[in-house]
Design a protein around this ligand. Structure first.
Ligand SMILES: CC(C)(COP(=O)(O)OP(=O)(O)OC[C@H]1O[C@@H](n2cnc3c(N)ncnc32)[C@H](O)[C@@H]1OP(=O)(O)O)[C@@H](O)C(=O)NCCC(=O)NCCS
Length: 389
């Protein structure tokens, strides 16, 4: 069978939405910064790129991928936009891998781009013919699964379903902050990040090359003092600290067939072993990784014990803690570089950012197999198994 291999990875550093370094860039500009970088790192001639698949969540329904292909002169690469909410960037990679494994495309750049700072504002015509502000809901709005408040739909519901306490999720919050900061301080992300020269609102230009969401000095005591988002709920757990951040970033990988890599003298970094998605009722969205991970493992002919590293996105810290408990994963191999609550969660970029970081961490450790997984609004989940070459 034709294999889909990753020959290069790249991402921007992750900015804090509305108050951080990337507020001046929209999702187009973030993608425009990453796509040429990942192509250059791959050694693939631009003319050989068959397609560009980019996830986008809140950008008004265009096809950013085509726009970027045109801007960069990749005119022969058509361009495809994907949206699976928080799993969109991972789904972009699976679409690319699927086409390559099917013997169709040979080279595809895939990833995601998100500027939550500059998300498009939609309107919809009401019965009186007036246009009103409108946002596409991820699922039908219900009290148990509010369509626009994931802190209940994902955070609180996951904690309640798995009997997690505020202390359980706050302990994970301290852990993920420590892991993210240790990775930054050790330079672990230097190779994956493409530095950007960005002009700030005050007119000064800075080089932005370091994730800015992680918070130093996160302790259990400080977390315990933070207000709950939903104090009206019994046994509530969610605070600003144990929720994912609102962020801006882009990430991408170059995928080729194993034959293409070999014929063109490229050095593959990793192969995509398998992937899976899962669906369940929207009120239990946060448990979706517990379905997607076993499915992806099964498709690869692997078991949990074979996996060296997991990243399970912290849409809310309850999500990885729930997956660890439900599946019986060793916590110390989960989110070793941090994740959504610490590094940040630029929605459509997150899945691709996780692939980029997983490839880097597998290489740093000389480990063989990694699994990335996340839940996604509306009762969805996704997982992918990546093997170092
Ligand atoms: C939860 C949420 C509303 C908080 O937004 P916010 O108020 O802008 O959050 P901030 O990061 O600015 O934190 C607010 C305050 O909490 C405190 N805080 C946050 N993280 C902290 C930490 N790790 N340690 C100590 N204090 C912390 C700080 O006092 C901070 O204020 P400051 O920045 O002035 O110091 C927002 O992040 C959110 O909506 N997250 C979920 C996103 C989501 O749903 N994604 C999809 C998943 S399905």
């Amino acid at each position: 069978m034709t294999e889909a291999v990753i020959v290069s990875t790249a991402r921007t550093a992750i900015g804090r939405a509305r108050k951080g370094s990337l507020v001046g860039l929209d999702a187009f500009e973030l993608a425009e910064a990453v796509v040429p970088g990942v192509l250059e790192r791959s050694g693939v001639p631009a003319a050989d790129v068959d397609d560009l698949v980019l996830a986008e969540s809140y950008q008004g329904g265009g096809v950013i991928a085509r726009n970027i292909a045109v801007r960069l002169g990749l005119l022969g690469a058509s361009g495809l936009a994907t949206n699976r909410h928080c799993a969109g960037g991972l789904s972009a990679v699976t679409i690319a891998a699927g086409s390559i494994r099917a013997g169709m495309d040979k080279v595809v750049i895939a990833g995601g781009t998100e500027s939550l700072t500059n998300a498009a504002r939609s309107t919809k015509r009401d019965a009186a013919g007036q246009y009103q502000p409108w946002m596409a809901p991820s699922h039908p709005n219900t009290p148990e699964a509010p369509a626009f408040d994931m802190s209940i739909t994902v955070g609180e519901n996951t904690a309640r379903e798995m009997s997690l306490t505020r202390r359980d999720v706050d302990e994970w919050t301290v852990y993920t902050q420590e892991r993210a900061l240790a990775s930054i301080d050790s330079g672990a992300f230097v190779d994956e990040i493409i530095p950007l020269d960005v002009t700030r609102p005050d007119g000064t230009t800075i080089r932005f090359d370091t994730d800015e969401h992680p918070r130093r000095g996160t302790t259990l005591e400080r977390l315990a003092a933070l207000p709950l988002l939903h104090p009206e709920l019994p046994n509530a757990t969610v605070t600003a600290a144990n929720a994912a951040g609102l962020n801006d970033a882009a990430a991408a990988v170059t995928l080729t067939s194993d034959d293409y890599a070999s014929v063109h003298g490229l050095t593959p970094l990793a192969r995509i072993r398998s992937w899976a998605t899962a669906g369940l009722e929207p009120a239990l969205t946060g448990l979706a990784p517990t379905l997607a991970i076993p499915r992806a493992l099964d498709r690869a002919g692997l078991t949990l014990a074979d996996i060296d590293l997991f990243e399970i996105n912290e849409a809310f810290c309850a999500v990885p803690v729930a997956a660890i408990r439900k599946l019986g994963i060793r916590p110390e191999i989960v989110n070793v570089n941090g994740s959504g609550a610490s590094l940040g969660h630029p929605i459509a970029a997150t899945g691709a950012r996780m692939v980029v970081t997983m490839v880097g961490e597998l290489r740093r450790r000389g480990a063989a197999l990694g699994c990335v997984s996340m839940c996604a609004g509306g009762g969805m989940g996704a997982a992918m198994i990546i093997e170092l070459i």
